[in-house]
Design a protein around this ligand. Structure first.
Ligand SMILES: *Cc1c(COP(=O)(O)O)cnc(C)c1O
Length: 363
């Protein structure tokens, strides 16, 4: 059994993906080939925004977004204390201070009511992460951001394809970013990422930033980096986009199946009624996590912990971030979360096996 089964997916799309890759090999346009533009147009349409800028990975996408809204060293951004490290990491890399607040105990996303207390004159952006596949509460977050005239960047690395009040994730904020790392809901065969925006000026800036800040060749009009997406990865993503909607449905069916088997035994994921989730992870809460992890591991059932340490407790980051208010839930979740195998091709027999083993080991 696999935690994420990319092989079954590959067997399904093999013919198309091989042909698409072959076409790139024959074109010789390995960087910024026409597949990049095609992918950007398709993704922008899927998400429902004007601009998509394909970049090298989801972490770069965050840094590019931060540079595009003119963040400066010494500025502060507000994000959640319980997440993957990328937002805090990219901020610190540019001398920006991550200010961390607690998460909502149901969605595990940035708690809107915790934002105001964290705002200072140095605050220049709010960067919520839409964790495990469901969006943060963007109406609430955008409302606060508007009061303080702050841009909002959604880290949609795990939520691309999800909806919030009928709108697509990555269409809800000033800029959104995503990752196409192979294990993400929409993954390529290497590293990849993208930025999304409705704003023409921000889009142009991000196009320049990903290509050494060039307005035209060797005209460097701003600080940039090399963060172009490989054409071969765009070809892979174009193929995978064709089955993405179907795969999301399957993920949701598998989550519903897990839910019905586990709801009386463990804390299952809560998806708000105004949200749909793409279940980047199917994450439950358990007591005695290490015991359960080991027991399942012995049965060759792979599980994972997203994430075992809150950001303000991370060895490198604890002195570089500021945690504001009570961080109760973020710390508690770090001790209790456990992600079960989740991918569109997970079979009933495996789900049954996972749930039976899990329930047996709860006692
Ligand atoms: C995966 C991930 C990223 C980083 O994406 P990479 O493509 O691996 O750089 C950023 N944020 C979140 C929430 C992620 O899950």
């Amino acid at each position: 059994m696999k935690f994420i089964d990319l092989d079954t997916q590959y067997q399904l799309i093999k013919h198309n993906v091989n042909n698409r890759i072959q076409a790139v090999l024959e074109s010789g346009q390995f960087v910024m080939g026409h597949e990049i533009t095609e992918l950007e147009q398709r993704l922008a349409k899927w998400v429902g925004v004007k601009h998509c800028i394909a970049v090298a990975n989801g972490s770069d996408a965050l840094l590019i977004a931060m540079l595009a809204i003119d963040l400066q060293p010494g500025d502060e951004i507000i994000t959640s204390a319980f997440s993957f490290i990328a937002v805090a990491e990219m901020a610190v890399l540019y001398g920006i201070k991550p200010v961390l607040v607690d998460v909502d105990p149901e969605t595990y996303n940035l708690k809107p009511s915790a934002i105001t207390a964290a705002i200072t004159p140095k605050t220049k952006a709010i960067i919520p992460v839409s964790l495990y596949g469901q969006c943060a509460d963007f109406d609430e977050i955008n409302h606060i951001a508007k009061q303080y005239q702050l841009p909002v960047i959604e880290d949609a690395a795990q939520s691309i394809g999800a909806t919030y009040k009928g709108k697509q994730s990555a269409s809800l904020t000033t800029i959104a970013t995503t990752s196409f790392f192979p294990s993400k809901p929409l993954g390529c065969y290497g590293d990849g990422g993208a930025c999304f925006t409705q704003d023409d000026k921000l889009a142009l800036k991000m196009q320049q930033i990903r290509n050494h800040g060039q307005a035209e060749r060797y005209q460097h009009v701003r600080l940039g980096m090399n963060s172009r997406l490989d054409t071969i990865q765009a070809a892979v993503l174009l193929t995978k986009l064709e089955i993405f909607a179907e795969e999301i449905k399957k993920r949701q069916q598998i989550a519903a199946n897990y839910n019905s088997k586990l709801k009386h035994h463990v804390k299952i994921p809560i998806v708000k009624d105004y949200n749909t989730s793409v279940y980047a992870q199917y994450t439950i809460q358990v007591e005695q996590r290490s015991k359960i992890y080991e027991a399942l591991n012995t049965l060759k059932i792979p599980t994972a912990i997203h994430y075992p340490v809150a950001i303000h407790k991370q060895p490198y980051f604890r002195t570089l971030v500021r945690a504001v208010g009570e961080i109760t839930y973020a710390e508690r979740l770090a001790e209790k979360v456990l992600s079960l195998p989740m991918h569109p091709y997970l079979e009933e027999a495996d789900i049954e096996k996972i749930c039976t083993a899990l329930i047996r080991n709860l006692q």
